[in-house]
Design a protein around this ligand. Structure first.
Ligand code: SAM
Length: 247
């Protein structure tokens, strides 16, 4: 007896929408999202589309009133609940446009819950376009199947991040000058975690001392080579996900 094919098929387009989703809700799409569905995915009347809203999980919707540049999606049923996101923050000194975009995309795919841009003395980026970074996170979530977007915080100065650090959350400080091997440190410090990555020019001596003096900070080493900030971020998050996350 051939197995019944899964519905909706894996090829079904998947979009994030701001509209709170529920049965019978209708979402009108125009602009880039409509272009993607109509011109790229060739969606026709009655075709399925998966939607998520970062709050209520993933829903099945059907295309209706399809026109050249817009369409309506009629929500029918919930396919799955919003997932439980591993409790990991990524605190990162913003790097140049393109590189920070890549970092946001990888942090989303890898399962990070919250991303905090941290301003340090050697941070080269003075203005961060959070809307652009959020768009990268949304695109990554649509592609990788997340139903929960990573939260993207406003940039914060390193001194304020340390001052306001929450009780009960370990701050794994990626320190290329020496630290505990990351996997051992992450295994020994279960529970809510955060990874701190410095800028292209690294932390200065005073910053490094302030971080190391923090009661919740644990210096971690990511091997014998100097990694680019975005490489260090992806590597450290992957190690945490394997040691204490949902991998
Ligand atoms: N001090 C570095 C240098 O000599 O070029 C510059 C900083 S590195 C490009 C950017 C950040 O990645 C560092 O601040 C650190 O947080 C992290 N990082 C890079 N390599 C690392 C390693 N082997 N172990 C731990 N962290 C590392």
């Amino acid at each position: 007896m051939p197995a019944t094919p899964a519905w909706p098929p894996d090829s079904t387009p998947r979009l994030f929408v701001e509209t709170p989703l529920a049965p019978d809700v209708r979402v009108t799409l125009d602009g880039p999202q409509a272009h993607y569905l109509l011109s790229v995915m060739r969606v026709k009347d009655g075709d399925p589309v998966r939607l998520f809203d970062d709050a209520s999980g993933e829903w099945l919707a059907r295309a209706e009133a399809v026109r050249k540049r817009d369409l309506i999606l009629a929500v029918t049923e919930r396919l799955r609940e919003r997932e439980a996101v591993p409790d990991l923050w990524l605190c990162i000194a913003p790097t140049k446009k393109g590189r920070i975009d890549w970092t946001i995309e990888k942090a989303c795919e890898l399962g990070v819950d919250r991303i905090l841009p941290v301003v340090t003395r050697r941070t080269v980026v003075d203005r961060l376009n959070l809307d652009r970074l959020r768009a990268h996170a949304i695109e990554a979530a649509e592609q990788c199947g997340r139903t929960a977007l990573p939260a993207l915080a406003e940039p914060v100065k390193l001194a304020h991040l340390l001052r306001d650090w929450p009780e009960g959350r370990t701050l794994f400080f990626a320190d290329e000058t020496g630290g505990v091997p990351a996997t051992a440190a992450m295994r020994d410090h279960a529970g809510p975690g955060a990874i701190l990555i410095g800028p292209e020019g690294g932390f200065d001596a005073e910053e490094r001392a302030a971080i190391r003096a923090h009661p919740h900070a644990v210096g971690i080493a990511l091997g014998p080579r100097i990694l680019r900030a975005e490489t260090a971020a992806a590597a450290a998050v992957a190690l945490w996900m394997a040691a204490a996350g949902d991998w």
